[in-house]
Design a protein around this ligand. Structure first.
Ligand SMILES: Cc1ncc(COP(=O)(O)O)c(C=O)c1O
Length: 445
């Protein structure tokens, strides 16, 4: 059975066009597989067959070259192989005492990630379960820092972000019981828009404002806020500056669009998800702090059973101290191995490829009479319309391509003249997507 499992893993890793599975209703799946958890067990071979023959077919492989919906993914073979090694090695990734060798590797990858941001000496970060956990970890750090001022101890915190920010910012503000105010814009948040919003706060709101969250690549359209200008506002107004570059952060490695992120080096904290545009398997996010000591003050857990980890003999970097999770997988290990194997130039090539594909898609769209761009491609996102289509047409088109096992491309909305229009959207991550793939998808419109 071990060989069967390894064979499956190798076949799947080397398959660059896996079957685009379809969801099935829970009752349907149950009917197909029967009871799987029983007192005596159904046997590994049988369970594995059920998985291979039925269950995995009810999933969509995120690395399919014609999966261009949401933010897809495209983990390298090296990273996936090392994900298996990470599991097999059973490393506890919370504390140096137990995980030193694994955490060392994570930190090597993290050093590279930090170097892309241009943050000053001393900045460092830690791998998280994803962008949501990274944003939460950063917001907790910022809020705790703000509450060092005794005047803020009993105040409900307030954060300003833009309407283009990812849903996780609002969701995580709820978790920390903070209010959120939005700079309403479909385009980039400018320093001027932000300053206007701050100037219009009442005295109570201004006292409660502790952080600004800018976006380095919006999920919907790949838009990067005016990071340089926003950094200045944050400095003048004495506010924490967080940049959510969960999706766009991979583009920091490029030559072509790196300048759009200028100002990110002034951030107090940054989110970048290697499981989005840095080709890591799920789940691997990262949060980076200008001053990691502030994160440690916010996140370090205390307990008599944990004291040994802080002892002289266990001294080293403890990832548990810098984000919300205690027990953790050394989830940066697959990224480390893949980076070490391929070198960073290969990463630059692969991210540039996503940008190139977006621009090529833009040209193909402009060449077709019945299609038009809604806005110029930004990072690896392309928003476009099929002239004359209603929201139902877009939905039916998505379902048909998915049902045919051909492609997964989903619609989104874009506000034009105060009205939300349903449009089509591509997001490119996989460098194996070809121009023929894009042309073939456009043909289905
Ligand atoms: C800009 C941005 N921030 C945060 C997230 C949330 O990341 P995760 O799904 O890894 O929690 C996403 C996900 O798409 C994102 O695009």
């Amino acid at each position: 059975m071990t060989l069967d499992v390894m064979k499956y893993a190798i076949n799947r890793i080397t398959n660059t066009t896996p079957e685009l599975g379809q969801p099935k209703k829970e009752e349907e799946l149950r009917k197909l597989v029967g009871e799987t958890i029983t007192a005596k067990g159904i046997g590994g071979e049988h369970a594995f067959h059920l998985f291979k023959d039925v269950l995995v077919k009810a999933t969509v492989p995120i690395d399919h070259p014609r999966h261009l919906a949401f933010v897809p993914a495209s983990p390298t073979r090296a990273a996936i192989m090392f994900d298996l090694v990470t599991s097999a090695s059973s490393i506890h990734g919370a504390y140096w005492m137990e995980g030193a060798g694994g955490i060392f590797c994570e930190n090597e990858a993290m050093k590279w990630l930090v170097s892309l941001t241009g943050l000053p000496e001393g900045a460092f970060g830690v791998f998280t379960s994803g962008g949501t956990a990274a944003n939460l970890s950063a917001m907790v750090t910022a809020r705790e820092y703000w509450r060092r001022n005794p005047d803020n101890l009993n105040k409900k915190a307030l954060v300003i972000t833009s309407s283009g920010a990812h849903s996780s910012i609002k969701a995580m503000a709820k978790v920390i019981d903070a209010d959120v105010l939005l700079v309403e814009t479909e385009d980039l948040m400018t320093a001027k828009d932000l300053q206007n919003k701050i100037d219009r706060l009442n005295a109570d709101q201004r006292k409660r404002l502790f952080a600004i969250v800018a976006t380095g690549g919006t999920t919907n359209a790949g838009i990067i806020d005016d990071l340089e200008g926003i950094a200045q506002v944050c400095e003048q107004e004495n506010l924490w500056f967080h940049v959510d570059a969960a999706y766009g952060g991979g583009a920091l490695v490029t030559d072509s669009v790196r300048h759009l992120f200028n100002g990110i080096e002034k951030a107090d904290s940054i989110t970048i998800d290697p499981h989005k545009w840095l080709f890591s398997p799920y789940d691997c996010g990262a949060v980076i702090y200008k001053n990691p000591e502030l994160a440690k003050a916010a996140h370090s857990q205390e307990g008599s059973y944990l004291e040994i980890f802080k002892d002289e003999g266990a001294r080293g970097f403890n990832p548990a101290d810098y984000q919300i999770q205690l027990t953790r997988r050394v989830r940066g290990l697959p990224l480390w191995f893949s980076l070490a194997m391929h070198g960073t130039d290969r990463y630059k090539w692969a991210v540039e490829m996503g940008i190139k594909l977006a621009n090529l898609a833009g040209e193909l769209i402009e060449d077709r009479e019945h299609l038009e761009l809604v806005r110029e491609p930004s990072l690896s996102c392309v928003l476009f319309r099929r002239k004359g289509w209603s929201p139902d047409d877009y939905r039916n088109w998505t379902y048909k391509n998915h049902r045919d096992g051909f492609a997964l491309v989903t619609p989104t909305k874009w506000i034009i003249n105060d009205k939300a229009e349903t449009v089509a959207r591509f997001c490119f991550i996989n460098p194996d997507t070809t121009i023929e793939d894009i042309a073939a998808i456009l043909e289905t419109m």
